[in-house]
Design a protein around this ligand. Structure first.
Ligand code: ASP
Length: 313
Protein backbone atom coordinates (compact mmCIF):
# COMPACT_ATOMS: atom_id res chain seq x y z
CA UNK A 1 0.00 0.00 0.00
CA UNK A 2 1.21 3.49 -0.80
CA UNK A 3 2.37 5.87 1.89
CA UNK A 4 0.03 8.75 2.75
CA UNK A 5 1.24 12.03 4.22
CA UNK A 6 -0.09 15.34 5.44
CA UNK A 7 1.71 18.50 6.56
CA UNK A 8 0.23 21.78 7.77
CA UNK A 9 1.57 25.19 8.77
CA UNK A 10 0.19 28.09 10.75
CA UNK A 11 2.70 30.72 9.65
CA UNK A 12 6.40 31.45 10.00
CA UNK A 13 8.18 34.33 11.68
CA UNK A 14 9.85 35.65 14.79
CA UNK A 15 8.68 32.90 17.06
CA UNK A 16 10.76 32.44 20.21
CA UNK A 17 9.90 30.33 23.19
CA UNK A 18 10.48 33.31 25.47
CA UNK A 19 7.78 35.25 23.61
CA UNK A 20 4.92 32.85 24.14
CA UNK A 21 3.27 31.86 27.38
CA UNK A 22 2.82 28.16 28.10
CA UNK A 23 -0.92 28.62 27.91
CA UNK A 24 -0.79 30.26 24.49
CA UNK A 25 1.65 27.67 23.20
CA UNK A 26 -0.70 24.88 24.15
CA UNK A 27 -3.53 26.66 22.35
CA UNK A 28 -1.44 26.79 19.18
CA UNK A 29 -0.53 23.13 19.55
CA UNK A 30 -4.17 22.24 20.02
CA UNK A 31 -5.09 24.28 16.92
CA UNK A 32 -2.48 22.47 14.84
CA UNK A 33 -3.53 19.09 16.21
CA UNK A 34 -7.20 19.68 15.36
CA UNK A 35 -6.30 20.75 11.83
CA UNK A 36 -4.00 17.77 11.31
CA UNK A 37 -6.65 15.36 12.56
CA UNK A 38 -9.29 16.79 10.23
CA UNK A 39 -7.18 16.14 7.14
CA UNK A 40 -5.70 12.87 8.36
CA UNK A 41 -9.13 11.32 8.96
CA UNK A 42 -9.93 11.89 5.31
CA UNK A 43 -6.65 10.47 3.99
CA UNK A 44 -6.85 7.42 6.21
CA UNK A 45 -10.37 6.68 5.02
CA UNK A 46 -9.07 6.63 1.45
CA UNK A 47 -10.15 10.18 0.65
CA UNK A 48 -8.37 12.51 -1.75
CA UNK A 49 -5.47 14.81 -0.95
CA UNK A 50 -7.64 17.67 -2.20
CA UNK A 51 -10.36 17.00 0.39
CA UNK A 52 -7.73 16.54 3.10
CA UNK A 53 -5.94 19.86 2.54
CA UNK A 54 -9.23 21.72 2.36
CA UNK A 55 -10.45 20.15 5.62
CA UNK A 56 -7.23 21.03 7.47
CA UNK A 57 -7.26 24.61 6.25
CA UNK A 58 -10.92 25.10 7.20
CA UNK A 59 -10.07 24.19 10.81
CA UNK A 60 -7.23 26.72 10.84
CA UNK A 61 -9.40 29.41 9.20
CA UNK A 62 -11.98 28.95 11.96
CA UNK A 63 -9.34 29.37 14.67
CA UNK A 64 -8.82 33.06 15.61
CA UNK A 65 -5.18 32.38 16.56
CA UNK A 66 -4.12 32.09 12.93
CA UNK A 67 -3.97 34.82 10.27
CA UNK A 68 -6.60 33.36 7.94
CA UNK A 69 -10.39 33.41 7.96
CA UNK A 70 -11.53 34.41 11.43
CA UNK A 71 -8.13 35.57 12.73
CA UNK A 72 -7.17 37.60 9.65
CA UNK A 73 -5.07 40.72 10.09
CA UNK A 74 -6.40 44.23 9.42
CA UNK A 75 -5.77 46.34 6.34
CA UNK A 76 -4.85 50.03 6.60
CA UNK A 77 -8.59 50.81 6.40
CA UNK A 78 -9.42 48.43 9.25
CA UNK A 79 -10.88 45.75 7.04
CA UNK A 80 -10.12 42.05 6.69
CA UNK A 81 -9.30 41.13 3.09
CA UNK A 82 -8.76 37.45 2.54
CA UNK A 83 -6.70 35.49 -0.01
CA UNK A 84 -6.75 31.73 -0.61
CA UNK A 85 -5.71 29.14 -3.17
CA UNK A 86 -6.12 25.42 -3.70
CA UNK A 87 -4.40 23.26 -6.31
CA UNK A 88 -4.88 19.65 -7.38
CA UNK A 89 -1.64 17.95 -8.43
CA UNK A 90 -3.47 15.28 -10.37
CA UNK A 91 -5.09 17.64 -12.87
CA UNK A 92 -3.08 20.84 -12.33
CA UNK A 93 -6.41 22.53 -11.77
CA UNK A 94 -6.35 25.43 -9.36
CA UNK A 95 -8.78 27.90 -7.82
CA UNK A 96 -8.02 31.08 -5.94
CA UNK A 97 -9.63 34.19 -4.47
CA UNK A 98 -8.05 37.51 -3.56
CA UNK A 99 -9.21 40.30 -1.22
CA UNK A 100 -12.61 38.81 -0.55
CA UNK A 101 -14.49 40.12 2.46
CA UNK A 102 -16.72 38.51 5.09
CA UNK A 103 -16.42 35.05 3.57
CA UNK A 104 -16.12 32.61 6.48
CA UNK A 105 -13.94 30.08 4.66
CA UNK A 106 -12.05 31.54 1.68
CA UNK A 107 -10.53 28.13 0.95
CA UNK A 108 -14.00 26.72 0.20
CA UNK A 109 -14.58 29.62 -2.18
CA UNK A 110 -11.22 28.98 -3.89
CA UNK A 111 -12.24 25.38 -4.46
CA UNK A 112 -15.55 26.52 -5.93
CA UNK A 113 -13.65 28.79 -8.33
CA UNK A 114 -11.68 25.72 -9.41
CA UNK A 115 -14.69 23.46 -9.81
CA UNK A 116 -17.49 25.77 -10.91
CA UNK A 117 -15.86 28.35 -13.16
CA UNK A 118 -13.61 28.43 -16.18
CA UNK A 119 -11.27 30.77 -14.28
CA UNK A 120 -8.48 30.32 -11.76
CA UNK A 121 -8.38 33.57 -9.76
CA UNK A 122 -11.32 35.80 -8.83
CA UNK A 123 -10.67 39.02 -6.91
CA UNK A 124 -12.48 41.68 -4.89
CA UNK A 125 -16.09 42.61 -5.59
CA UNK A 126 -16.42 39.97 -8.30
CA UNK A 127 -15.16 37.23 -6.02
CA UNK A 128 -17.64 38.34 -3.36
CA UNK A 129 -20.44 38.32 -5.92
CA UNK A 130 -19.43 34.78 -6.91
CA UNK A 131 -19.49 33.82 -3.19
CA UNK A 132 -23.07 35.11 -2.96
CA UNK A 133 -24.09 33.14 -6.03
CA UNK A 134 -22.51 29.98 -4.59
CA UNK A 135 -24.32 30.67 -1.30
CA UNK A 136 -21.21 30.18 0.81
CA UNK A 137 -21.30 31.17 4.46
CA UNK A 138 -20.74 34.86 5.23
CA UNK A 139 -19.81 36.34 8.60
CA UNK A 140 -20.10 39.82 10.12
CA UNK A 141 -17.16 42.20 10.61
CA UNK A 142 -17.40 41.44 14.35
CA UNK A 143 -16.69 37.77 13.70
CA UNK A 144 -13.36 38.73 12.12
CA UNK A 145 -12.44 41.25 14.84
CA UNK A 146 -9.66 40.12 17.15
CA UNK A 147 -8.30 42.54 19.68
CA UNK A 148 -4.61 41.68 19.30
CA UNK A 149 -4.82 41.98 15.51
CA UNK A 150 -6.39 45.39 15.89
CA UNK A 151 -3.59 46.46 18.23
CA UNK A 152 -1.08 45.18 15.67
CA UNK A 153 -2.67 47.47 13.09
CA UNK A 154 -2.59 50.49 15.39
CA UNK A 155 1.14 49.97 16.01
CA UNK A 156 1.92 49.36 12.33
CA UNK A 157 -0.05 52.44 11.27
CA UNK A 158 1.64 54.57 13.88
CA UNK A 159 5.04 53.41 12.61
CA UNK A 160 3.97 53.82 8.96
CA UNK A 161 4.85 50.22 8.29
CA UNK A 162 3.13 47.77 6.03
CA UNK A 163 3.49 44.96 8.39
CA UNK A 164 4.18 41.34 7.76
CA UNK A 165 2.15 39.59 10.40
CA UNK A 166 5.14 37.76 11.81
CA UNK A 167 7.71 40.50 12.12
CA UNK A 168 8.26 44.04 13.19
CA UNK A 169 5.36 44.79 15.49
CA UNK A 170 6.53 45.14 19.06
CA UNK A 171 5.98 41.73 20.54
CA UNK A 172 4.95 40.65 23.97
CA UNK A 173 3.90 37.38 25.48
CA UNK A 174 0.27 38.04 24.70
CA UNK A 175 1.01 39.47 21.28
CA UNK A 176 3.84 37.51 19.68
CA UNK A 177 5.11 38.46 16.23
CA UNK A 178 4.34 35.13 14.80
CA UNK A 179 0.79 34.46 13.83
CA UNK A 180 0.64 33.65 10.18
CA UNK A 181 -0.97 32.37 7.13
CA UNK A 182 -2.15 28.77 7.14
CA UNK A 183 -1.62 25.96 4.67
CA UNK A 184 -1.72 22.22 4.07
CA UNK A 185 -0.16 19.75 1.63
CA UNK A 186 -1.07 16.09 1.28
CA UNK A 187 -0.36 12.89 -0.61
CA UNK A 188 -3.18 10.31 -0.77
CA UNK A 189 -3.27 6.54 -1.32
CA UNK A 190 -3.28 7.03 -5.08
CA UNK A 191 -0.13 9.13 -4.99
CA UNK A 192 -2.00 12.30 -5.85
CA UNK A 193 -0.82 15.48 -4.13
CA UNK A 194 -2.64 18.74 -3.35
CA UNK A 195 -1.90 22.08 -1.70
CA UNK A 196 -4.06 24.73 -0.01
CA UNK A 197 -3.10 28.10 1.49
CA UNK A 198 -5.21 30.82 3.14
CA UNK A 199 -4.30 34.21 4.64
CA UNK A 200 -5.34 37.65 5.76
CA UNK A 201 -2.08 38.92 4.24
CA UNK A 202 -0.12 41.72 5.87
CA UNK A 203 -1.17 44.10 8.62
CA UNK A 204 -1.72 47.66 7.35
CA UNK A 205 -1.70 46.51 3.69
CA UNK A 206 -3.10 49.10 1.28
CA UNK A 207 -4.71 49.60 -2.13
CA UNK A 208 -5.97 46.07 -2.67
CA UNK A 209 -2.56 44.51 -2.04
CA UNK A 210 -2.47 40.80 -2.87
CA UNK A 211 0.38 38.59 -1.68
CA UNK A 212 1.78 35.27 -2.81
CA UNK A 213 -0.88 33.04 -1.25
CA UNK A 214 -3.47 33.10 -4.07
CA UNK A 215 -0.88 33.23 -6.85
CA UNK A 216 -0.37 29.80 -8.38
CA UNK A 217 3.35 29.02 -8.34
CA UNK A 218 4.25 31.73 -5.81
CA UNK A 219 2.54 30.74 -2.56
CA UNK A 220 0.79 27.56 -3.63
CA UNK A 221 1.54 24.83 -6.16
CA UNK A 222 0.83 21.14 -6.79
CA UNK A 223 1.86 18.66 -9.48
CA UNK A 224 1.85 14.87 -9.01
CA UNK A 225 5.01 14.68 -11.11
CA UNK A 226 6.97 16.64 -8.51
CA UNK A 227 5.34 17.95 -5.32
CA UNK A 228 2.73 20.05 -3.54
CA UNK A 229 3.86 23.23 -1.77
CA UNK A 230 2.28 25.82 0.54
CA UNK A 231 4.32 28.88 1.56
CA UNK A 232 4.24 31.41 4.38
CA UNK A 233 6.26 34.56 4.90
CA UNK A 234 6.84 37.93 3.26
CA UNK A 235 4.69 37.46 0.17
CA UNK A 236 6.47 39.88 -2.14
CA UNK A 237 9.67 37.81 -1.93
CA UNK A 238 7.81 34.56 -2.54
CA UNK A 239 6.35 36.18 -5.66
CA UNK A 240 9.75 37.43 -6.83
CA UNK A 241 11.28 34.00 -6.42
CA UNK A 242 8.14 32.12 -7.58
CA UNK A 243 8.89 29.99 -4.57
CA UNK A 244 6.30 27.21 -4.67
CA UNK A 245 6.96 26.44 -8.34
CA UNK A 246 10.67 26.82 -7.74
CA UNK A 247 10.63 23.72 -5.51
CA UNK A 248 8.91 21.73 -8.28
CA UNK A 249 11.35 23.06 -10.90
CA UNK A 250 14.40 22.10 -8.87
CA UNK A 251 13.03 18.55 -8.59
CA UNK A 252 12.10 18.38 -12.26
CA UNK A 253 15.09 20.02 -13.92
CA UNK A 254 17.86 19.33 -11.41
CA UNK A 255 16.62 15.94 -10.37
CA UNK A 256 16.80 16.88 -6.71
CA UNK A 257 14.93 15.13 -3.92
CA UNK A 258 12.02 16.95 -2.29
CA UNK A 259 14.03 18.07 0.72
CA UNK A 260 17.07 19.15 -1.34
CA UNK A 261 14.80 21.18 -3.63
CA UNK A 262 12.83 22.75 -0.77
CA UNK A 263 16.02 23.69 1.10
CA UNK A 264 17.51 25.31 -2.00
CA UNK A 265 14.34 27.32 -2.55
CA UNK A 266 14.40 28.66 1.01
CA UNK A 267 18.11 29.46 0.68
CA UNK A 268 17.39 31.35 -2.56
CA UNK A 269 14.59 33.20 -0.74
CA UNK A 270 17.04 34.17 2.02
CA UNK A 271 19.59 35.42 -0.52
CA UNK A 272 16.83 37.53 -2.08
CA UNK A 273 16.10 39.10 1.32
CA UNK A 274 12.92 37.16 2.05
CA UNK A 275 11.86 35.60 5.31
CA UNK A 276 9.56 32.63 5.73
CA UNK A 277 9.10 28.96 5.11
CA UNK A 278 7.17 26.32 3.25
CA UNK A 279 5.73 22.87 3.62
CA UNK A 280 6.01 20.35 0.79
CA UNK A 281 5.10 16.76 0.03
CA UNK A 282 5.93 14.57 -2.96
CA UNK A 283 3.91 11.79 -4.59
CA UNK A 284 5.56 9.05 -2.52
CA UNK A 285 4.77 10.71 0.79
CA UNK A 286 8.07 12.43 1.61
CA UNK A 287 7.72 15.67 3.54
CA UNK A 288 9.92 18.78 3.81
CA UNK A 289 9.32 21.79 6.07
CA UNK A 290 12.23 24.25 5.66
CA UNK A 291 12.14 27.85 6.90
CA UNK A 292 14.66 30.64 7.42
CA UNK A 293 12.72 32.51 10.11
CA UNK A 294 13.07 31.90 13.82
CA UNK A 295 10.12 29.59 13.87
CA UNK A 296 7.19 28.18 11.95
CA UNK A 297 4.05 26.62 13.33
CA UNK A 298 4.06 23.23 11.68
CA UNK A 299 2.86 19.66 12.04
CA UNK A 300 2.93 16.55 9.93
CA UNK A 301 1.97 12.92 9.91
CA UNK A 302 2.66 10.02 7.54
CA UNK A 303 1.54 6.40 7.52
CA UNK A 304 5.04 5.61 8.85
CA UNK A 305 4.50 7.09 12.27
CA UNK A 306 2.97 9.39 14.83
CA UNK A 307 2.15 13.06 14.35
CA UNK A 308 4.97 15.56 14.89
CA UNK A 309 4.22 19.11 15.95
CA UNK A 310 6.83 21.86 16.17
CA UNK A 311 6.99 25.64 16.56
CA UNK A 312 10.58 26.75 17.11
CA UNK A 313 13.76 26.09 15.16
N1 ASP B 1 2.51 35.22 2.64
C1 ASP B 1 1.45 36.03 3.20
C2 ASP B 1 1.34 37.30 2.41
O1 ASP B 1 2.36 37.91 2.11
C3 ASP B 1 1.67 36.38 4.64
C4 ASP B 1 2.01 35.25 5.58
O2 ASP B 1 2.49 34.20 5.16
O3 ASP B 1 1.81 35.43 6.78
O4 ASP B 1 0.24 37.73 2.15
Amino acid sequence: MKKIALAIHGGAGTIRKSMITKELESKYREGLKNALEAGWKILQAGGTSLDAVEASVIVLEDNPLFNAGRGAVFTHDEKNELDACVMDGKTLQAGAVAFVRNVKNPIKLARLVMEKTEHILLAGVGANEFARQMEVEFETDEYFFTDFRYRQLLTAREEHKIQLDHSGVQSSKSNPKSLGTVGAVACDFLGNVAAATSTGGMTNKKFGRVGDTPIVGAGTYADDKTCAVSCTGHGEFFMQTVAAYDVACRMKYKNLSLSEAANETIEHLRESGGEGGLIAVDAVGNIALPFNSEGMYRAFITSDGAAIMEIYK
